[in-house]
Design a protein around this ligand. Structure first.
Ligand code: ATP
Length: 364
């Protein structure tokens, strides 16, 4: 048996880009031999093993044949006769289809090194169209390597459109779609991910609301000013009405922290300026943001609003005022009313009135 480093680790080593995971392919071995050598089997759909010491993933070389729609519609064939080149051929992009042997030599039957040098994302074979997940993966790589000058080869862009036109995207699980969106939000140019999806019509299927909003432009403005993925997601949805934002988050099964922040932004943004001119309205906003009891999502709201305005002085002044208002309102607590003997709704109303008084002192 022989092991080769493959996939992202080879690509990013050649690119001089940091990577976090090493994936290996093993040629000429059976599952029994792997277990005999001390590996633990983990793969459910195909034979993947964990190295006894490094715990890195070692997959037996395999081929795949399309058997049905979607990401899982494949018959996998792994046996010791499958060659490294055959395994590399089933991969999505040429830059992801290279291997490195133990002495550091690169095996590159699909010319990934040339495409790395030319900064091109290109599919390996016509079988590319068989897995709709590749639309999202290519869009994500386009976003991740945009600052290095990568673009999608026109032939590959045509295949992305072909996958979408064949109505393959609805076969992807919503969870998988969100995983890719979340990873894309963490790239240096997340807007490129959404532009790529728009270009091949995938956006109209996955997030139709965005096709007609200014959300992608808002994300492009905000991303350089916040590393927080939830703030970037909220920026993307910032110009949609609350009901739409809620529907999108529900449909994509977005984690709570993301959906809460996105909803709060869509509510807070239009009312912020007026709320900061009037103590009662400011109190309404502070309660709406749940800012009296918790730091989040309030801090996320502040960061998103500043990022959306590209960290401008005006935005910083506005948010400083909102933070001060919140701090001032927090100074009033039920403990201030122990002697009044008020209870229930009366106590609540008294606290609120006192907080509004406090707000009058900080608001212009
Ligand atoms: P990342 O840095 O995002 O982890 P990666 O390329 O290592 O990038 P993985 O999802 O870990 O991505 O996949 C490892 C390798 O497996 C890829 O480089 C590619 O060769 C192959 N691969 C993964 N998913 C697919 C797919 N849907 N279609 C074809 N090949 C794939």
């Amino acid at each position: 048996m022989k092991s080769f480093l493959v996939g992202g680790a080879v690509r990013d080593t050649l690119l001089g880009y940091p990577f976090h995971e090493k994936d290996w392919v093993v040629v000429g071995a059976t599952p029994a031999e792997m277990i005999e050598a001390g590996y633990t089997q983990v793969g459910r759909d195909f034979p993947v093993f964990l190295h006894p010491d490094s715990k890195e993933e070692y997959a037996l070389a395999r081929t795949e044949r399309k058997s049905g729609p979607g990401y899982h519609g494949f018959v996998v064939h792994a046996d010791p006769a499958v060659t490294l080149e055959e395994d590399l051929e089933r991969r999505d992009l040429t830059i992801n289809a290279m291997a490195m042997d133990a002495s550091g030599d690169i095996i590159d039957p699909y010319h990934g090194q040339q495409d790395l040098a030319d900064r091109v994302l290109r599919h390996v074979s016509p079988h590319f169209v068989e897995d709709p997940l590749r639309v999202l993966r290519v869009a994500r790589f386009a976003a991740r390597y945009h600052h290095l000058g990568f673009t999608i080869a026109p032939e590959t862009a045509a295949l992305l459109s072909q996958i979408v036109a064949a109505d393959e995207l609805p076969h992807l699980s919503i969870e998988r779609v969100w995983v890719e969106i979340e990873k894309a939000l963490g790239t240096t140019h997340p807007e490129v991910f959404f532009h790529t999806l728009a270009d091949c019509q995938a956006l109209a299927v996955l997030l139709p609301e965005l096709s007609v909003s200014q959300g992608i432009a808002a994300l492009a403005r905000a991303a350089p000013h916040t590393p927080r993925l939830d703030c970037r997601w909220a920026s993307l949805l910032s110009d949609l009405p609350e009901a739409r934002v809620k529907a999108i988050n529900q449909h994509l099964k977005v984690p709570n922290a993301y959906s809460l922040l996105a909803t709060r932004i869509s509510v807070a943004r239009p009312t912020l300026k007026t709320a900061l001119k009037n103590a009662s309205e400011c109190m309404v906003l502070i309660k709406l943001l749940d800012a009296l009891r918790r730091d989040e999502p309030f801090e996320g709201v502040c960061e998103t609003l500043i990022a959306l305005e590209q960290n401008s002085d005006e935005a910083n002044t506005t948010i400083e005022l909102l933070r001060n208002a919140c701090k001032q309102a927090r100074t009033v607590t039920a403990a201030d009313f122990t002697e009044s003997r008020l209870t229930g709704p009366d106590l609540g109303a008294a606290i609120e009135a006192a907080r509004i008084e406090q707000l009058r002192e900080v608001l212009p």
